[in-house]
Design a protein around this ligand. Structure first.
Ligand SMILES: *Cc1c(COP(=O)(O)O)cnc(C)c1O
Length: 395
């Protein structure tokens, strides 16, 4: 039996390779950080991690995790509602709610699970979900698991959102859902306008702050801080796997009754293990750090501004961004791969993206800035971009 199926899979794998879409993985043998070492022995500057605040290898978070490891053990061996809830989980949930100015929080193993488990318990076929076309895969999957009517609007297009709101007026409840920052362009959802439209057309709002929490807004509270609308979105989801330490874990935070229903009915919460106590402890420390000082957020903002301004001055075509994502537009798929490969030879690790990850003819290199980067790192990257840009005729 397996022989036939094996041939079938080999055929698909070959197609993926021939299309140039086969993903291979570089192997890192050092901790995650600004400078990493690959298993080839090469040391490179990392500009493609979601390590926005440089916390992936932070000594204070490691201390909190180690101490929780000693005091609470390695794992919970249970889902939350049976015997998987420790005081650390409850404390972290309260801290996250305080951070975003919401009522309560529910933790998940990942934001993929938070998004996968948020729609189905809250909405039925009588209701409507109105989703941005560029929303994260986990939102798309979560919407698929829910019976609500589906409406889609073009990325950050408020005229189209209004059209969909009008079209969905016959439904009982409406939920608009958007990423806070879209990961391929780095653009921010116009959440102030979304909230106004929601008020006008009687809808609720959910925003996924995975790429914006810790990053966007003066103190890193995300897009609701940027637009001065903290506490106004009914639902916020996010991850502990990006700016917030980079380990594992996700959350939904928002209105009290919504979180309460999710604790009763959300399947990834009810049927999956709780996060390890050491991850919860480090999460608590992370929120405390971000509350005590704005040092890391400030440094990230300075680094992003410095890099993006310098790249623009060099003559690169940069997508408008308000995040720590800088999309360097090259338009040609092959050029994006060649450019990234040459950057790696110069010790700069970035990824070139092309169709189908981004639209056809929109190939680019995505640079992600971090508070872990020092000025000398940024200057080295800028120099490499300039050199290769000239060599390849981009500049
Ligand atoms: C990364 C990401 C997720 C998934 O987060 P995990 O915690 O890694 O599962 C969900 N939504 C968005 C918008 C993301 O960028």
């Amino acid at each position: 039996m397996y022989n036939n199926y094996q041939n079938h899979l080999s055929g698909i794998l070959n197609e993926i390779k021939e299309a140039g879409l086969y993903k291979s993985e570089r192997i890192i043998v050092s901790p995650q950080g600004a400078e990493i070492e690959l298993n080839t022995g090469q040391k490179v500057l990392n500009f493609c991690a979601n390590n926005y605040l440089g916390l992936s290898n932070n000594s204070s978070l490691k201390e909190s995790a180690k101490s929780a490891l000693d005091n609470y053990g390695y794992g919970m061996s249970s889902v939350r509602f049976i015997c998987g809830t420790s005081d650390l989980h409850k404390e972290l949930e309260a801290k996250i709610a305080g951070f975003f100015g919401t009522d309560d929080t529910i933790l998940y193993a990942a934001c993929f699970d938070a998004n996968g488990g948020v729609f189905e318990p809250l909405l039925t076929e009588e209701d409507a979900i109105i989703s941005d076309a560029l929303n994260h895969a986990s939102i798309i999957d979560g919407v698929r698991l829910c019976k609500a009517q589906r409406y889609r609007y073009e990325n950050a297009d408020m005229a189209d959102l209004e059209k969909q709101l009008i079209a969905s007026q016959a439904q009982r409840y409406r939920l608009i859902v958007t990423d806070g920052v879209f990961s391929m362009d780095g653009n921010v959802a116009p959440l102030d306008k979304i909230i106004s439209l929601a008020a006008e057309y009687d809808a609720m709002v959910m925003v996924d702050e995975s790429h914006s929490a810790g990053v966007v807004g003066e103190t890193g509270r995300g897009v609701t801080e940027l637009f001065n609308i903290r506490g106004e979105a009914e639902i916020i989801t996010g991850t502990l796997g990006k700016a917030f330490g980079g380990a594992i874990g996700g959350f939904t935070t928002g209105k009290k009754e919504i979180i309460e229903i999710l604790r009763q009915r959300s399947r990834p919460y009810l049927f999956s293990n709780s996060i390890p106590p050491m991850v919860a402890a480090a999460g608590i420390r992370m929120i405390d750090m971000m509350t005590e000082t704005n040092e890391l957020q400030d440094k990230l903002h300075r680094n992003s501004e410095y890099f993006i301004t310098s790249m623009t001055r060099l003559g690169f075509d940069i997508k408008p961004t308000k995040s720590a994502i800088c999309a360097v537009m090259l338009y040609d798929a092959k050029l994006s791969q060649e450019f990234a490969a040459k950057l790696l030879e110069e010790g700069i690790y970035v990824i070139g993206f092309y169709f189908p990850v981004v639209p056809k003819g929109q190939a680019r290199i995505r640079v992600q800035l971090s508070a872990a980067h020092e000025t000398e790192h940024l200057d080295k990257a800028l120099k490499a971009f300039e050199k290769i840009g000239k060599d390849l005729g981009v500049l």
